[in-house]
Design a protein around this ligand. Sequence first.
Ligand SMILES: [Zn+2]
Length: 136
Amino acid sequence: MQIEQRHLTREGVQCAYQKLLDGGRFMIQRCGGCVVSVFFPRELCPRCGGTHLEWIEPAGLGTVYSVTCVRRNAELGGDYNVSIIELDEGVRMMSRVESIPATNVKIGLRVQAHVVVNGGRGLVLFTPVPGAEGVQ
Ligand SMILES: [Zn+2]
């Protein structure tokens, strides 16, 4: 019973995250104990084990930490990138940088998050910060 309950609660945190996202809000967690930012959403702080994780709205600014350009035929939508973005809050997340060619997404590029809601499902995507290196 104990295990089942914990499983339900964990689902609850990720559900809450997705629900916020579906409503157009990108939120991460912050530990009330050691003040570290936490992502992906969880129940326990990975640093101190604290259980008081609160939702905070990140500034949405980050830096490309790593990037992979996935080649795809133009008729299937063309190349796209899969990037790991490190938010200024210190957490990393997998996403995609849009609005510039996939091959122009470089490590260190400054990016800004935005939420796209498609068919009721929210998704965090990034675009280069205006004036960032390589962006005209
Ligand atoms: Zn903590």
